[in-house]
Design a protein around this ligand. Structure first.
Ligand SMILES: Cc1cc2nc3c(=O)[nH]c(=O)nc-3n(C[C@H](O)[C@H](O)[C@H](O)COP(=O)(O)OP(=O)(O)OC[C@H]3O[C@@H](n4cnc5c(N)ncnc54)[C@H](O)[C@@H]3O)c2cc1C
Length: 427
């Protein structure tokens, strides 16, 4: 595994690092609401990001997750990992660099499965940052297990008619189109019952029952749509991919989404550690600096060690995606998803704690980081589901012991060694 950064690319990373800190981070202060990033009608925010996006484009760093034929650099995941570490420290940075979720994942599946007409209508404006999109999969009664989904689409004449409810469809209220997963083939095997549809936001019958606010959001600033599809009629060519292929299409976007979140989590954790370090050498207690107390040293050391381990796991996963056959990184992506939630929780908790009362206030970025803790463990599939998937993959490689005792049973192994080499070992 080679995770070196070539000097030319390092120059780009250095530019990004300075640019994000100096020119993009102010947006987090001026437009702190999560929805401002996706609201294309927020003219003030849009006016501010336009020149920043132009600079990103001038440096050839716009939408770098995309292959060259779609206007990206085709950098591969390893380079994206280094870039996302920088973007992760600032909420607005992915929007300014044209790689904000869920639009990235939606663009990926449109590129992979879209017809030329679908690409022209939906993909291009998405890539240009002119519109935003919504991925509408989770349902109010079922999230982690899509086999429980009931939202359905039936063919009536020359239309598909979509009926059902979706929950936590992020940015539904700002999106120009929704990618909706619906049951079309109930007679098929569970993983082949659903199809994916592209639904323009203006279609009659789309009823956003609530915009659910995240823990950190104002009640009137919610962006996670509880959406009712009340006999929404779309044309037959609105299907993305083939009938029954929704699982496959969803997997194509979720894997990439998970690893990009993990890369950005490294960046947020770095910022929390920077804050811990500054606090440790700024604050005094009991006649010494905080950083002179062993408990505090322990918190810093644990945080740095855990982040380094996690970062290497993320980089290895990125390297596997780049260098091994499609699907080879599946278990590593699961490992990364599980580790991400734990490392993030532990590091942010220590950073909050080390800042005392200030850490518990809204006066530092730590408050927003802390609010993100439960979300990272649930979004894109809960920790338990990924642990099970990782364990299952490992169990597939295991074989039962041949005899009554484990293959590492010392008396049995000793007897075998004696039989084979006893004549050499005896006097
Ligand atoms: C910030 C955020 C943004 C999101 N954005 C979107 C979006 O844009 N579009 C979209 O469609 N969805 C979105 N989601 C929804 C997300 O994908 C679901 O929350 C996730 O799949 C889990 O589903 P659930 O919330 O129904 O939890 P449930 O499935 O009810 O799970 C709840 C808990 O049950 C336990 N559990 C579940 N399954 C198992 C299992 N197999 N084994 C053991 N324990 C288990 C776990 O403890 C889990 O945390 C978003 C979620 C968040 C938090």
């Amino acid at each position: 595994m080679d995770i070196r950064v070539d000097p030319e690319f390092q120059k780009k990373l250095d530019w990004m690092s300075q640019f994000v800190r100096e020119e993009v981070e102010p947006l987090d202060l001026l437009f702190p609401s999560a929805s401002a990033m996706y609201d294309t009608r927020n003219t003030k925010a849009r006016a501010m990001i336009k020149p920043l996006r132009d600079k990103v484009k001038a440096h050839g760093l716009w939408a770098c997750h995309l292959p060259p034929e779609l206007g990206g650099k085709g950098y591969g995941q390893l380079k994206l990992a280094f870039m996302n570490e920088i973007l992760g420290r600032c909420s607005w940075a992915p929007t300014v660099f044209g790689c904000a979720a869920p639009d990235t994942g939606n663009a990926e599946i449109l590129a992979l499965y879209g017809t030329p007409e679908q690409k022209k209508r939906y993909l291009q404006p998405l890539l240009d940052g002119e519109i935003v999109s919504c991925f509408s999969m989770t349902e109010p009664q079922a999230g982690a297990d899509p086999k429980e989904f009931t939202c359905k689409a039936s063919q009536e004449g020359d239309k598909w008619v979509i009926e059902g409810e979706k929950w936590y469809s992020s940015n539904a209220r700002f999106a120009s189109f929704y990618i909706v997963m619906a049951v079309t083939n109930p007679e098929n095997e569970p993983h082949e019952r659903m199809s994916m549809f592209i639904v323009p936001a203006e279609k009659p019958g789309i009823n956003i029952k609530r915009n659910v606010p995240g823990m950190n959001d104002h009640e009137d600033d919610g962006a996670h749509g509880y959406v009712q599809y009340d006999r929404v009629r779309v044309s037959l060519d609105a299907m993305l991919g083939k009938p029954g292929e929704a699982f496959k299409v969803a997997q194509a976007r979720l894997g990439g989404g998970r690893i990009h979140h993990a890369m950005r989590t490294v960046g947020v954790c770095n910022r929390a550690i920077e804050m811990m370090l500054e606090r440790a050498v700024s604050r005094r207690t009991q006649g010494r600096q905080l950083g002179d107390h062993q408990f505090v040293k322990g918190m810093i050391a644990d945080s740095v060690i855990e982040l380094e381990q996690f970062r290497l796991l993320v980089l290895k996963t990125a390297w596997i995606i780049d260098n091994q056959p499609h699907g080879a990184a599946r278990t590593h992506i699961g490992m990364t998803k599980v580790a991400m939630a734990k490392v993030y929780h532990d590091i942010v908790q220590r950073a909050v704690h080390l800042h005392g009362a200030l850490g518990t206030s809204r006066d530092t970025p730590l408050a927003k980081m802390w609010m993100g803790v439960p979300m990272l463990a649930v979004a894109d599939g809960p920790t338990e589901v990924h642990k099970v998937q990782v364990a299952n993959a490992m169990l597939k490689t295991a074989k039962p012991a041949k005899g009554l005792f484990p293959s590492e049973h010392i008396p049995t192994k000793y007897a075998a060694a004696l039989e084979r080499f006893g004549h050499l070992a005896s006097d």
